[in-house]
Design a protein around this ligand. Sequence first.
Ligand code: UDP
Ligand code: MG
Length: 334
Amino acid sequence: MPAALPAPDLSDDSAPQRALISFVVPFYNEGVNVEHFHEAVTGTTLKLPYDLEFIYINDGSRDDTLARLLSLHAADPRVTVLDFSRNFGHQRAITAGMDHSAGDAVVIMDADLQDPPSVALELIEKWEEGYDVAYAQRRTRKDTFFKRVTADLYYRLLERIGDIKIPRNTGDFRLMDRKVVLEVMRYREHDRYMRGIVSGVGFKQVAVPFDRDERKHGESHYPWSKMMKLAGDGILGFSTFPLQVITRIGFVVAALAILLALYIGISKIIDPSSVVPGWSFIVISVLGVGSVQIITLGIIGSYVGRIYSEVQDRPLYSLQAVHVGTAHERRYPH
Ligand code: UDP
Ligand code: MG
């Protein structure tokens, strides 16, 4: 009788532990993408000499995303499912994923395969070369003309007025070494702009250019409202420029007032009768000052809003359940 192949002895502690890489992926109404994504990412990463764990966050989906994620969890012991009690948004979902990851490196990707798994391999190569952060940078994007133009303008603006350098045309598709993850996890701000936080923590960072694919299945969950919110978080979170603008507007208005006073003064000297019918000046200046005040209040208001949400200090998310992948329970920090 031929001897059976010896089963791998998982309890052997003397064997050197392989590095663990965590994939953190948020799912919001991505039922159609669950299996596609998992197949693609596990297929592509098959040959990697690392242990893998997949942390999939169900961000309050209303479709069958959770059920599908749970069957992956049942079939593949490397899959951990975090189930949010409601939709908390992409940025908090990836935060939760990082909080629950144990990997020596963490890769953050979108679930819709717009971030190609082959590029994740390139990010991992950069990590092997010794980089702490490898971020995927869009060389091209298959979006509408309007979205490309507005995105480009936005990144230019952010680059000009931002306090820290946030690389252009990068999303949240990136790899972070454990030490960067630990650092990023210390930022608990509520209006999160993760790519800004990651750029802000420093360490050795490198860009990996890639061509962003079109979404394969389903539709975008970033409507204009969410996009504007994220854009606002980027600016308000990493720039005090809007506050500086208030002061600048103040100076401009003051200068105008002085000019106006001079004009009236000179007119009075030259021709006293010319000043009386100047009610149009009054109306224009009242409206002008009024609108400046409103804009200014709006800007202050957005900062006050942030202070308010920090002071409230609410938890960033509430988990309904954590379905830990059994393969890596022994490494799980909790
Ligand atoms: N997403 C999420 N919560 C949300 C919106 C989006 O977890 O409230 C996830 C979504 O499932 C996807 C990723 O964030 O994995 C990027 O979203 P999407 O593809 O809709 O954005 P786009 O690529 O259009 O900017
Ligand atoms: Mg997408």
